[in-house]
Design a protein around this ligand. Structure first.
Ligand code: TMP
Length: 214
């Protein structure tokens, strides 16, 4: 039996359109794991507060600053790179990370603007690869029913439709570690599905090396 000290945490990501329930589900998962005694940290990207890059992203999203599509894309990616070392240390120390959005949002939102997928993916190579991605798939009608979007830059139904189709492509490509779930299922049902998969995953990955996006 391998001692606890050698076991790493799991790297779990939530992806999906705006208002797909990622924040609710990632919080519920964090609470559940913590209640089970698993050391767990909740993160979300963009991480807007703790760096200058994050602050620029925030002012871009709230429409107080304009930037070329390529520039903001690279800033979203840089925002992940600036948190890489800390994330790796936490995982290696046995902490599980539950992350609301990651590289796939980076790709999906910029490809939805018309940029090339390979170009969009390139700066993500070398970042840590998640052990699992929970993709909360929304039907656009369902999203519309959830009420009007807020005022941030991408919160428009037409744009979300495009984002959603890129997520579907990514799912086809990455399906070995993606779990596509129906975001219109009841909150509690979704949570049960996610918790069950995560608990198995924690055991499976504990002694596996961390992987990188290639
Ligand atoms: P949030 O609502 O989850 O804070 O995300 C803010 C917006 O930023 C959301 O519309 C998705 C978008 N986004 C990107 O365009 N690229 C990225 O790399 C990330 C993480 C988010």
């Amino acid at each position: 039996k391998i001692s606890n000290a050698m076991q790493r945490g799991a790297f779990i990501v939530f992806e999906g359109c705006d208002r797909s329930g990622k924040t609710t589900q990632s919080r519920l998962l964090v609470e559940k794991l913590q209640a089970n005694g698993v050391s767990t940290v909740h993160l979300n990207f963009p991480e807007r507060k703790s760096s200058q890059i994050g602050q620029v992203i925030n002012s871009y999203l709230t429409n107080s600053q304009d930037l070329p599509d390529e520039v903001i894309h690279l800033m979203f990616s840089a925002n992940r790179w600036e948190h890489l070392n800390r994330m790796r240390k936490q995982l290696e120390a046995g902490t599980t990370l539950v992350v609301d959005r990651y590289s796939y949002s980076g790709v999906a939102y910029t490809v939805a603007k018309g940029l090339d997928l390979n170009w969009c993916y390139a700066p993500e190579r070398g970042l840590l690869k998640p052990d699992a991605v929970f993709y909360l798939k929304t039907e656009l009608d369902e999203l519309a029913k959830r009420g009007s979007y807020g005022t941030e830059r991408y919160e428009k139904l037409e744009f979300q439709r495009k984002v959603s189709s890129v997520f579907d492509c990514l799912y086809e490509r990455e399906s070995s570690y993606w779990h596509r779930l129906n975001a219109s299922d009841k909150v509690e049902d979704l949570h049960q599905q996610i918790a069950q998969i995560s608990e198995k995953l924690l055991e499976q990955v504990a002694t596996q090396p961390l992987d990188k996006l290639t």
